[in-house]
Design a protein around this ligand. Sequence first.
Ligand code: CA
Length: 225
Amino acid sequence: MAKILLVEDEPDFTVLITALLASDHHTVEAVDRGEAAVDLLRHYEFDCLILDWNLPGMSGIEVCKHFREGGGRTPILMLTSRSHVDEKSAGLDAGADDYLTKPFEVKELSARIRALLRRPTAFSGKNLRAGGLEMDVANHTVIRGTEVIQLLPKEFALLEFFLRHTNQVFSPDTLIDRVWLAGEEASPETIRTYIKRLRKKLDVEGQPSLFSTVHGVGYKFDSQA
Ligand code: CA
């Protein structure tokens, strides 16, 4: 069973695809705008994305590009009514994993989704490695060598975000926006405290910290540290 985000503006397709995926025992979240998808992807993890190419406002391909540029690794299936080869390659260039032209057989969609979900780590991002750490996202564990490092849930979530976006500087406000849920109390001081705790738990004595502070800007995780 997988959690799938469907972005489709035609209600008939939404109903059809949602019913099909539900009969395959998947959980489907459906939105009809690219902007709404981007917003959800900021806060939630999905196992697979189905993006319609033609959407009002932000297009499917723009959502795909934006998501990949932000470090998102979830497999993406693009739906389109176009069948030109150059547009297919544009979709793949933007980071889509597969491509299905409308109209399609429901069995075909079902098979494509199964194939994407079976795909090992490359884009599914279950295990993240950087800075000598290995994170198993599914099992909520972090190890260095043979040592298991105990993290509280929010420490884990913050570290996961940094491991997905290594060597990029994020302001405290951005980190709050991306890692904390709406309604959860957090301030730049909260972030400072969490970074301090992560350093204490993760840094190796005598070696540079995994987290750099960029004064007046924010923090980054150094994959080479
Ligand atoms: Ca459409």
